[in-house]
Design a protein around this ligand. Structure first.
Ligand SMILES: Cc1ncc(C[n+]2csc(CCOP(=O)(O)OP(=O)(O)O)c2C)c(N)n1
Length: 187
């Protein structure tokens, strides 16, 4: 299972009352191509999707905020999990797509192979779903997405996925245009 397939599955079950914050590089391109627009596609700010999503969840408590980030982004901004756990907005959900590499920049290995997600997230005091594993059935994956998406509290879903070089083109929007589109959708 590739990360983009999980994004496609998620896209098919969104209600419309969600804003996705996606990490820079390939994951933002996939969210741009496979999910309804507009969303918050980070185009830089590596390591900051959890911080951005946390701020958005606090600013828009009536909206479900879904953060989708890669393992490289997670590891770069790990401290933001502690802040998020402390603040605990119930309208915030975090999906980690761990492909074990920095796919966007050439598939260099990250250090995520040594992570034990349930232990890590428990240590931060974060409610977490049993991770999606590479050989999970599609039914298991759908179930885990549903449990995560409809959790009444802050929740985190780690997903171990296969690595693949990016195939999608860059998002044709400047960050200022992305934030203007988002403001417009909220009028
Ligand atoms: C501070 C910083 N360092 C490096 C980069 C270059 N860079 C852009 S995307 C990316 C990889 C992100 O990895 P991950 O979050 O695991 O997502 P993936 O590319 O695997 O989908 C890197 C290293 C950057 N944009 N900013």
């Amino acid at each position: 299972m590739y990360g983009f397939e999980i994004i496609q599955e998620l896209a098919s079950v969104l209600s419309g009352n969600e804003v996705i914050v996606s990490s820079n590089g390939n994951i933002s391109r996939q969210v741009y191509h496979y999910c309804p627009q507009p969303q918050i596609y980070l185009r830089g700010s590596m390591g900051l999707p959890v911080s951005v999503g946390l701020g958005l969840a606090l600013a828009r408590p009536e909206t479900q905020i879904l953060i989708i980030l890669g393992d490289g982004n997670l590891l770069m901004g790990l401290g933001s999990l502690s802040t998020t756990s402390y603040v605990r907005p119930s309208n915030l959900k975090i999906l980690i797509l761990d492909n074990g590499v920095y796919a966007t920049t050439g598939l260099q290995n990250t250090t995520s192979g040594t992570l034990n997600y349930p232990a890590l997230l428990d240590g931060f005091g974060l409610s977490n779903i049993v991770p999606i594993l590479r050989n999970d059935s599609i039914e298991d994956i759908k179930d885990k997405i549903q449990i995560w998406l409809h959790s009444p509290e802050l929740s985190v879903l780690p997903a171990l996925v296969d690595a693949k070089a990016p195939t999608l083109s860059n998002i044709p929007l400047h960050p200022e245009e992305i934030s203007a589109l988002q403001r417009g959708s909220n009028d």
